[in-house]
Design a protein around this ligand. Sequence first.
Ligand code: FBP
Length: 546
Amino acid sequence: MEKSLLQQARASYVPKLPIALRGAVGIKEGAPTQSADNQEEIKTLFPNTYGMPLIEFVAAEKSDAAAMNVGVILSGGQAPGGHNVITGLFDTIKKLNPENRLFGFILGPGGLVSHNYMEITADFIEDYRNTGGFDMIGSGRTKLEETEQFEKGLEIIRKLDIKALVIIGGDDSNTNACVLAEYYAAKQYGVQVIGCPKTIDGDLKNSQIETSFGFDTATKTYSELIGNIERDCNSARKYWHFIKLMGRSASHIALECALQCQPNICIVSEEVEAKDMTLNEIVEQICTSVAYRAANGDNFGVVLIPEGLIEFVPAIGRLIAELNDLLAAHGADYKDLDADAQRQYIISHLSDANKATFETLPADVARQLSLDRDPHGNVQVSLIETEKLISEMCAAKLKQWAAEGKYTGKFAAQHHFFGYEGRCATPSNFDADYCYALGTSAAQLIANGKTGYMAVVKNTTAPVEEWQAGGVPITMMMNMERRNGQMKPVIRKALVELDGAPFKAFAAVRDTWAKETCYVYPGPIQYWGPSEVCDRPTMTLILEHK
Ligand code: FBP
C-alpha cells in the first residue's frame, strides 16, 4: 500500500486508553437490566440473554484469560475508526495470550456465511492503525437472521476454533448480533457474540451508549466543507446552497453541523414530523428567509437538509408505511414489471389518501420510495435528491411571490450532498481513542465469558483517562417495532429529541441565523496541536452531557 505523508505520520499515533483498560482488567457487575420497552415479549424471545447486568471494567491486580481465537465482522456503512476497533481488539487478545488469533470475515456478515475470511496478523494490521475506511476486511449489508446462516457460520467458527465473534455495526447489525448470541446460547454452542456501536448517523445511542463511533469524524469533515461553502457563499454573494447531509433517519448529523457552522437554515426531520409539516410548509420556511435576506441585498445563503427528511414528512411517512407492507406482501408481483406498469400497479393498490401523495411526487422520487430497499428494509434515502426537490420547489414559490409583489430578489441555487466523503475520513483523535477503547472492551468482555453484550465507553466528554469502559446487554436496548409488515425485536433508534439540549440550543438562535449572516468556519480536523482543538468532542455530546 502506498501511503500518504499524513498516513505515515498518523500511523505512530498511540490511542489514549481509559485508566481501567491500561493494565490488568477486572469486572464489576451491576443490577439486572430490562429492555427499553415490550419487556415481556423481549424476555420471551431472548430467554438466555435477557436481564443480564451492566458491566464496568475496573483496574485489577492481574487477569486470567483462557486462550481464545476471535472472529471480527464489519457490518453496514463505513464509519471512521472501525480499523481502530480491530487494532484495539487485536492488541488486547495478543496481550492476554500471544497464541490467540484474530480472523476477519471478508465483506461483512456475508463472509461468515460463505466462509470468506483472513487471519489478521501483526504485520498486516500495522498498515491500518488510525486509518479511516473499512478496507482492512471490507464491509457489507447481508442481514444475518436465518437459522441456516447461523449454522453455516458455526461450521467455520468450529473450523477456526473461534470462541467469540465481534460484530461492529449499527442498530440493525447489533439487533442481528443479539439474535445470533441468543441462538448460539440456546443451542449451548459455547460461541460468544459481542457488538460494537458504529454508525456516522449517531442514532445508536441511549442511556448507556453516549455516541456511536464515526459520528465525530464524519460531522467534523462535513462541517469543514460546509464552512468552506459558507465562506465562498459570503464572498461571491450570489448563490443559495442546498446541502443534503447523510443520516438515514435521524437528523443528528445535520443538527451537529448546524451547531458547528451556523447556516441560515437547517431542517430537522424530527421537528417536521412532530409539527405535522408538509413539504410546502418547509419550502415556505426557507423562502421566508430567502425573501428577508433579499430585501437586505443578501441574495445568498446556506440550507442544510437531512437526507432522511422525506420519510419524516407525515404524509410521505404514511405512504412509505403502506408501501412497505405492499412490498412485503406483493413485491414479487410487480418488481419485474416495467416502470409505468409498476407505477400503475402500485397506484391501484394504495389507499386513496396515500395514492394522492404518491401521485404528487416527482416520478423518480416515487419510484425510489416504492421499490428499492436495502437488505434491512430501509428506503435508500441517499439516492433521493431531496436537496434538488426542495430547491426547485423554493424557486417555484419565489416566482409566485415575485408575481404577487412579495419578493424582488435573485435566486440561484447550488446543490451538494455530503455523505460518502465523511464515512472513511482519517479518524479524529476522539474516534481513534474511542474506537481503540471499544475494541479493547470487546476483548475484555470475551475474556470474561460474556455474550449478547455491546462494548461501551462512557464519560466521553471528560479527558480519556477518566472514560469508563464496560458492557451493556443488547436486549436492554430493544423494543418491538413493525418491520417489513411484521412486529420484530429491534434496537430502538435514537432520533433527535426536540426537548434535548442540542435541539434547544439550535432553536434558540436559528431565527437570527435565518436573517443575518452568522457563519462559523470550523476548518479541517486537526490531529496535532492544542488539545482544545484536537481532542474536542462534538457539540451534541458536550450539550447532552453538560
Ligand atoms: P449504517 O447505518 O450502516 O452505519 O449506514 C449509515 C449510512 O451511511 C446512512 O447514513 C446512509 O443512508 C446509508 O448508510 C447509505 O448506505 P449505502 O452505503 O449502502 O449507500
